[in-house]
Ligand binder design. Structure first.
Ligand code: SPD
Length: 351
């Protein structure tokens, strides 16, 4: 009996000790990342957590408008966000982003100066650091779509009605329609923007819905046969499903190109860890793995020599020169953005 009581006492003491130790253990810092989906190579986030003894919590959005509205609406608690370059200045003007402290992110030295000079909007990286750049085109199922032509006019095909999606994104959709009409996708001419909105309203009659996330699973499952899509995401779907009937094409009328960046929101209370995260993503080997996974170009010059021959030959990542000439960078529109918002509201309201 005595032995049993002693044993119980020992177990009780041990449990108490364990509880005390757990309660006293320092809590791991948590980094909150708000980002487009499917944007980190497998294992990278785990490696960052181990390296910095922290936890990373990831939340996804599917458009710059959602990100902007969330931060503008006062959402705090995010430490790293991924705005496209063309919304960075707007977010800075509204006090939503912090300045980048270059001294604390040594891997900024790896960023390709040619890319910064030619493509980037925040060229001096005052508030944003380039992450990935890519192009928007059309993905289709070659086993379902007959007589495909690389044209945005595919959205006029009545035989594909209900089987197509357009991105739920004003700059992407109106941009595609502007290019179809022979205009710049950064037009500030109200007549041109309105003509583009009329065209998207025509396309809207044929699409299942505006969609910026489920188009990936939808094209894989054959729910959708033709979708407006970001190239790298489609190559990821092809890889994941081993389905060579999914094809990505860049329309002959021209197509939007974009650059997503990393930035630290004004409300971040974990700036030091956010800086470490940005620095980690621009380590040469990490950036190379990310390019190989994402099929987008991370403008990290130190990563280029580490890329496989296969990725260097992939036309989604390195768009061939003749096609590249048809791409147009999505630019910041300043006060003229309101014209797009108004036109987009009309598109959304139309039957
Ligand atoms: N999987 C990540 C996709 C990122 C797309 N961002 C592009 C935004 C341009 N409108």
């Amino acid at each position: 009996m005595k032995t049993k009581s002693a044993l119980l006492l020992a177990v009780g003491l041990l449990a108490g000790l364990l509880l005390t130790l757990t309660a006293c253990a320092p809590k791991k810092p948590v980094l909150h990342v708000y980002v487009w989906s499917d944007y980190f190579a497998e294992g990278l986030i785990k490696e960052f957590e181990t390296l910095h003894n922290c936890r990373v919590v990831i939340d996804n959005y599917d458009s710059n408008e959602v990100l902007h509205a969330k931060l503008k609406g006062g959402a705090t608690g995010y430490d790293v966000v991924f705005p496209s370059s063309y919304v960075v200045n707007l977010m800075v003007a509204e006090g939503l982003l912090q300045e980048i402290n270059h001294a604390r992110i040594p891997n900024l030295k790896n960023i390709d100066p040619v890319f910064l000079a030619n493509v980037s909007i925040d060229k001096k990286m005052h508030h944003s650091v380039p992450y990935m750049s890519g192009a928007t085109g059309i993905a289709y199922r070659s086993d379902e779509v007959k007589d495909f032509v690389p044209s945005w006019r595919m959205f006029e095909r009545a035989d594909l009605a209900g089987r197509m999606t357009l991105l739920d994104d004003p700059r992407e959709c109106l941009g595609a329609a502007l290019k179809t009409l022979g205009y710049s996708m950064n037009s500030i001419d109200e007549t041109e923007i309105n003509a583009a909105a009329d065209l998207v309203i025509q396309w809207k009659k044929n699409i299942a819905r505006f969609e910026s996330e489920a188009f990936k699973a939808g094209i894989a499952s054959k729910e959708f046969h033709l979708v407006q899509a970001w190239g790298g995401d489609i190559q990821q779907v092809i890889d994941a499903n081993g389905d060579e009937n999914i094809v990505f094409a860049l329309p002959r009328e021209g197509f939007p190109m974009w650059e997503d960046t990393m930035a630290i929101p004004a409300g971040s209370d974990n700036v030091a860890l956010a800086e470490k995260f940005i620095n980690f993503m621009h380590d040469a080997a990490v950036a190379a793995r990310n390019i190989e996974f994402n099929y987008y170009l991370c403008p990290n010059a130190a990563a280029y020599p580490l890329l496989s021959d296969e990725i260097k030959a992939n036309p989604i990542v390195f768009i061939p020169e003749d096609l590249l000439r048809k791409g147009e960078q999505t630019l910041e529109l300043g006060e003229h953005l309101a014209k797009y918002t108004k036109a987009w509201d009309r598109v959304k309201a139309a039957n």
